[in-house]
Design a protein around this ligand. Structure first.
Ligand SMILES: *Cc1c(COP(=O)(O)O)cnc(C)c1O
Length: 625
């Protein structure tokens, strides 16, 4: 096959055109490129430049302009839908910063969102503090969700005093009592929203966020109590928003329509009680199609942003007509779909585990044990006619060998020989199957034996914690060599000492389901692998299992001349940083280190030892000394 055909095949295989929203693709040299404003830049070039700056893999590469692209797409979709259905209410959006609180991310996001008066949502005191010191436009909305103590509420009141358009969304009557108490002192109060509990549930992994048993929201009784309380203090006019959030990664937009219809009934009832509510806040939840399958499976989303906006606006219009309501403004809080695309984690292959099974390591001995003799026979006499039968025989001989070894009836050399022969048999089986036109890619049985562990320099727990915690799928692919056919199957494994530190699900375009293996290349020295769509949630959920810490970071953006360039970088954690996190403060480290070296009188060794406090927590190709 021509290299261009192979590249096309690999594009299909990794589904890059299906999940990348056009932001990433493969160039004619078989390298993954980022694609923006008519320019392309191979990711391997970014990785090389980063290495020259002393920032090795694993590495987060950020492309902040994709946040801008998503924001534009998002606002345009609602703008278009409002025109289409002649919806008279406005559309306002806030970005929930729990999705990614990184200062640089928020700064860029506010920059791109400025023209739209894009606001922010906070779910805790620290988040609200970060939100209040951010440069949000004056007319941008700020919403406060989550459970609030007096300090959180007071911080919101301070925000109001700073002139922000801030809405405290009440989760319970007690919060309201707290807010009223602060109001009595401060003589000012932010606007108030009610988070309502719907019986309609979301769809997908986060559907528990909604429904009657949900953790959040006011029940009907609580709404009535809240209204009474507000009336008593003459504050009914402060309530201007109803809010619900049916969960993240909504796989099917029908559930959103159902929620809006249900919220509409409540909206109409509350209006009857004399409240003038101006906004319906439908929460977030627009899904990201991680698997690229455009389906209602958990790692996917069946709809586009445009379809989502159309369905929301249409249903709002329909609901208002039904209940004879003035059209409320629509507030949205989607975060995942805005931030996911902008970050890529780059790791590199350390080794293919098990690749040491090679006939050259076979050690002939004078008296071979029976299973080894049998395996050798199978290997020598396997042919097109008998290969399936012989292969099954080999499985048994391998098992016999294992039993013998456990019973102490054969040596380590015998075991090694047997395993080498077995691997050769597997490879021969596959070779024959292929020659006969059998498709081993589609045969899970053959594939299982072909799959090798690709040990990569990263931590699943730090780069893609959702892969470990909830088996979320992220698109993964090699960043170069795509002009060569994938001749292997692998499972990506990380460098943590944890058997969970391995990736169990991959995008697949050969079959309907996700795959347990990733097509890869055999034995490549320089084999960078990209994990895509990691910009939402992964960074803050990251943990430091095994004290593998924050990764190095590079930000690629347009420079003054409009050329795609590395514009900033940030060093990842050092050994000292992660120790500090675990309360080994500097003084303690110094004292203990000194104590260890006391009486040794070897200042050089002491310096060498101490210098490791500055090394990257991951594996490095360029040793530190
Ligand atoms: C998490 C959350 C969001 C954001 O959800 P996404 O799936 O990221 O869009 C919005 N609103 C509330 C209340 C949330 O808790």
């Amino acid at each position: 096959m021509e290299p261009q055909e192979i590249i096309q095949e690999n594009i299909q295989r990794f589904g890059i055109e299906k999940w990348s929203e056009g932001y990433f693709n493969v160039n004619d040299d078989g390298e993954v490129v980022v694609h923006c404003g008519g320019q392309t830049l191979p990711l391997v070039q970014v990785i090389d430049a980063a290495r020259q700056m002393g920032l090795s893999t694993p590495l987060i590469i950020r492309f902040p302009f994709f946040i801008g692209e998503q924001i534009k797409k998002f606002y345009r979709a609602f703008e278009h839908a409002r025109k289409e259905f002649n919806y008279q209410g406005e559309h306002k959006a806030v970005f929930p910063i729990k999705v990614n609180q990184n200062r640089h991310v928020i700064e860029r996001l506010l920059h791109y969102g400025q023209d739209f008066s894009y606001g922010l949502e906070a779910g805790s005191k620290a988040e609200l503090f970060a939100v209040l010191i951010s440069d949000t436009p004056d007319d941008a909305l700020i919403t406060c969700n989550g459970f609030k103590d007096r300090d959180f509420l007071d911080l919101a009141v301070v925000g109001k005093q700073l002139g922000k358009d801030i809405c405290v969304i009440i989760e319970g009557v007690e919060e309201l009592e707290g807010l009223i108490e602060i109001y009595r002192r401060a003589e000012t109060i932010p606007s108030i929203g009610f988070r309502i509990k719907l019986s309609a549930r979301g769809s997908g992994k986060w559907e528990k966020s909604s429904g009657e048993g949900a953790k959040f929201g006011l029940t009907s009784t609580e709404i009535l109590l809240a209204i009474d309380l507000l009336r008593k203090h003459d504050l009914l006019g402060k309530v201007n928003l109803l809010h619900f959030h049916i969960g993240s990664q909504i796989t099917n937009v029908r559930t959103m329509k159902r929620a809006i219809r249900e919220a509409g009934v409540l909206f109409a009832e509350i209006a009857k009680l004399g409240l003038n509510i101006q906004y319906m806040n439908i929460g977030g939840g627009i899904g990201v199609d991680y698997s690229g399958s455009k389906s209602s499976t958990v790692a996917s989303a069946e709809y586009s942003i445009e379809e989502f906006a159309n369905d929301v606006v249409f249903t709002m219009e329909e609901m208002c007509q039904k209940h004879g309501l003035r059209r409320p403004g629509i507030v949205t809080e989607s975060g995942r779909v805005i931030a996911a695309y902008h970050a890529v984690v780059v790791t590199d292959l350390v080794e293919i585990m098990g690749a040491e099974y090679d006939l050259s390591h076979y050690q002939p001995t004078s008296n071979l044990v029976k299973p080894v003799v049998e395996l050798k026979y199978v290997l020598d006499y396997m042919n097109e006619k008998n290969y399936i039968e012989y292969y099954h025989d080999a499985l048994e001989f391998k098992e016999d060998l294992r039993t013998m070894f456990t019973l102490g009836l054969c040596s380590l050399v015998d075991k090694s020989n047997g395993e080498i022969l077995f691997q050769e048999i597997v490879e021969k089986t596959i070779e024959i199957a292929l020659r006969r036109g059998e498709n081993f890619e589609r045969d899970p049985f053959l594939r299982k034996f072909l799959a090798e562990k690709y040990l990569c320099n990263f931590s699943v727990f730090n780069s893609i914690p959702d892969s470990w915690a909830i088996r979320q799928l992220f698109p993964i692919m090699p960043l170069k060599h795509l002009e060569k056919p994938c001749d292997n199957f692998g499972v990506i494994t990380d460098i943590t000492c944890d058997s969970d530190g391995t990736i169990g699900a991959y995008q697949s375009f050969d079959e309907a389901t996700d795959s347990e293996y990733l097509p890869l290349h055999h034995e490549m020295d320089d084999y960078p692998v990209g994990i895509f769509l990691t910009g939402a949630y992964q960074e803050v959920l990251a943990n430091k299992h095994n004290l593998l810490g924050q990764m190095n970071e590079i930000s690629v953006d347009f420079d003054e001349e409009g050329k795609l360039e590395i514009v900033s970088s940030e060093q990842g954690d050092t050994v000292k940083d992660v120790l500090n996190d675990m309360r080994y403060d500097d003084a303690f480290i110094n004292n203990q280190a000194k104590k260890c070296f006391q009486g040794l009188n070897n200042p050089k060794l002491f310096r060498r030892f101490r210098s490791y406090l500055n090394s990257y927590t991951y594996m490095t190709k360029d040793p530190h000394e």
